[in-house]
Design a protein around this ligand. Structure first.
Ligand SMILES: *[C@@H]1O[C@H](CO)[C@@H](O)[C@H](O)[C@H]1NC(C)=O
Length: 320
């Protein structure tokens, strides 16, 4: 081995060992054992993303916890054995907002949920549809993909070219309704108020996963009435406050929404974070999530910190 590579390899091995030590239930890099195929060397977005970072594994573990709970409750109350043949209305419902390359959409369907996925980027939608059609056809009946964003109704310009990285529009992050970036390399994609998507709301939504590079403050504001009505049971969200202003929300409006969500929550858990979680956080390692998590932390302080320093944090709100 070339000697200059040794430190790099050692670091990778160390990082791998650290992950393995922290995780009680590590999710394998290959997803075969989860019942779907994700990885594809021929597609760049799927080549680079294994979803094996600790925080991604924690999110995947939350899906398993929440959706497993839904099956068990159903089995207890209805004495039904869970299979993919059950009609739609008996399944937990997942909204995957910011589907990206589809890992959590396919994971949810593989766990038996009915999934509604939202993704403005046309290339992401294409690769996930291909993955389902070519490798995961058994999941197709459970997944509905919408090539749109959620939030304050408007239009956004996204690239036609083959990228699936969340960066689109002016400097990567456009304001909603800012279509100055529409040109021959982009395509106009609608942003739709979730209240207009009525068929989704005939039933409760078990889990909303949101990873939207700053659009979450605006989207959460529109989901708040459903949370208040008890129709959404869990939200796992990547919060990126420094980008709120570029995606239809001010810092204060976003803070108001998130404080209201926290007030409605039975539990608020921050997931693992390479930066310090501000506010004198007691750390509660929740074995089932795997790795460090934080409760009773200063949520506003955390958001203000990320607003000033940039970057993101991941929070799980439980309303049931
Ligand atoms: C929806 O969830 C609420 C709890 O938040 C529950 O009281 C209600 O029965 C649920 N409705 C259905 C149709 O499952």
């Amino acid at each position: 081995m070339h000697r200059t590579l040794l430190p790099v390899v050692a670091l990778l091995l160390w990082a791998g060992a650290l992950d393995a030590r922290l995780l009680s239930t590590p999710i394998p890099t290959t997803t075969a054992s989860l019942g779907f195929e994700y990885h594809d060397d021929s597609v760049r977005a799927l080549h680079l993303k294994f979803f094996d970072h600790l925080v991604e594994q924690q999110v995947a573990n939350i899906f398993k916890l929440v959706l497993r709970g839904a099956y068990e409750a159903r089995q207890r109350h209805q004495k039904l054995e869970y299979t993919h043949d059950h009609p739609r209305h008996e399944r937990p419902v997942v909204l995957d907002v910011g589907m990206n390359s589809g890992f959590y959409t396919m994971l949810s369907a593989s766990l038996g949920a009915r999934v509604y996925a939202f993704e403005p980027q046309v290339f992401c939608v294409g690769i996930v549809r291909d993955l389902i059609r070519t490798k995961n056809l058994h999941l197709a009946p459970l997944i509905e993909i919408h090539n749109m964003g959620l939030g304050t109704t408007g239009v956004v310009a996204v690239p036609k070219r083959s990228v699936c990285d969340g960066h689109f529009g002016t400097d990567g992050i456009p304001a909603v309704e800012d279509v100055e970036d529409l040109n021959e390399e982009t395509v106009a994609i609608p942003i739709v108020d979730p209240q207009l998507l009525l068929p989704l709301w005939f039933r409760n939504v078990t889990l909303v996963k949101m990873d939207t590079e700053g659009a979450e403050a605006d989207i959460l504001k529109h989901l708040l009435p459903f949370v208040e009505a008890g129709r959404i049971h869990h939200i796992v969200v990547e919060i990126m406050p420094s980008q709120w202003i570029n995606r239809a929300s001010s810092l204060n409006a976003g803070l108001r929404t998130i404080k209201r969500l926290a007030a409605l929550s039975k539990r608020v858990i921050a997931l693992t974070d390479p930066r310090v979680i501000t506010g004198g956080v007691p750390r509660a390692d929740t074995e089932e999530i795997g790795g460090p998590t934080y409760e009773e932390f200063d949520l506003e302080g955390l958001i203000r910190d990320r607003h000033e320093r940039g970057g993101a944090c991941n929070v799980w709100f439980s309303f049931v």
